[in-house]
Design a protein around this ligand. Structure first.
Ligand SMILES: NC(=O)c1ccc[n+]([C@@H]2O[C@H](COP(=O)([O-])OP(=O)(O)OC[C@H]3O[C@@H](n4cnc5c(N)ncnc54)[C@H](OP(=O)(O)O)[C@@H]3O)[C@@H](O)[C@H]2O)c1
Length: 276
């Protein structure tokens, strides 16, 4: 089973659900990613800072699935912000990933205090023109930061990957993305499992539909039109996570899940949080 896809505003497409890989960084990680591709995952999310681009590369080499059927995402780290620095960082990522092209390249965090994300964005536009990147986007950008990129370069990111789960549904940012045709990707879509999967509203609705709590939450993302990238090292849980396209949620159920809103998991406010 593979996930359906959405069209991106640049004409490319993105699977409606992908695999997070943070922590899949050793031999077992290679095996987990090879298996995930075999199970039907086509969107693989890594980052320079996860230290596992080489693990993803090994999995892609070992998988019988054609590389052109995969969408590999990686991300520019904060310490490499700047025009020239972005080209150098990208080449390191591409070489570790052992790929001719990267499907989706994101600015990992905006780090507004160092104020160089627009310079990086200009470099990413060049990478796109050179054909070594197929789509460019951002991660952890706020509405004013997105607006600034667009005002200063005229190029709209195709994706903004942000913290998003029932504890932090990000309704205002999603509405802004919808106006601009930016696809929202959800990181920590299961709220890192935490207590979310034991919330009575989640367990109750899941039992009523005959699905697991994780499936209910991932389907909530699908109903919102966001792309969740759950990470699991376990084959049964990965299969479960991908199997969310055979049922749907009523609008009142989507509302009930969204009403769990209480805020971010850990102070990852892009205005102040920095990742280098
Ligand atoms: N752009 C950014 O700044 C940013 C920040 C954070 C994360 N990310 C990306 O988002 C991905 C996902 O986020 P995340 O890893 O933080 O959190 P997550 O996907 O919300 O949760 C992962 C946790 O949930 C467990 N899990 C997975 N499926 C489950 C299921 N069906 N039932 C019960 N437990 C389940 C996993 O354990 P097992 O592995 O044991 O199954 C793991 O402990 C990351 O891997 C990374 O690629 C991006």
């Amino acid at each position: 089973m593979t996930a359906p896809v959405y069209a991106l505003r640049d004409g490319n497409s993105i699977p409606a659900l992908g695999l997070g890989t943070y922590g899949l960084d050793d031999k077992a990680g290679v095996a987990a990613i090879v298996d995930a591709i075999d199970e039907g995952y086509r969107l693989i999310d890594t980052a320079y800072n996860y230290g596992n681009e080489g693990v993803v590369a090994e999995a892609v080499r070992r998988s019988p699935v054609d590389r052109s059927d995969l969408m590999i995402t990686t991300k520019l780290p904060g310490r490499h912000h700047g025009f020239d620095e972005t080209f150098a960082s990208f080449e390191q990522s591409r070489s570790r990933l052992d790929l001719d092209w990267v499907d989706l390249y994101l600015i990992h965090w905006p780090n507004p205090r160092i104020d160089k994300y627009v310079d990086s964005w200009r470099a990413m536009i060049k990478l796109l023109e050179r054909g070594v990147v197929r789509s460019i986007g951002v991660s952890n950008f706020t509405e004013p930061m997105l607006q600034r990129l667009i005002d200063e370069t005229g190029v709209v990111p195709v994706v903004n990957q942000v913290e998003l789960h029932p504890y932090f549904p990000q309704a205002p940012l999603r509405a802004f993305h919808a106006e601009l045709g930016i696809r929202t990707e959800s990181w920590s879509p299961l709220a890192k499992r935490s207590e979310l999967l034991a919330e009575p509203v989640v367990t109750g609705l899941a039992a009523g539909l005959g699905v697991t709590p994780a499936q209910l939450v991932l389907r909530w993302h699908v109903e919102l039109g966001t792309v969740p990238i759950p990470k699991s090292a376990d084959a049964a849980r990965r299969r479960e996570n991908l199997d969310v396209f055979g049922f749907s949620l009523a609008p009142e159920h989507v509302e009930a899940i969204s009403s769990l809103e209480r805020g971010r998991l850990w102070g990852g406010d892009p205005d102040t949080h920095e990742e280098m």
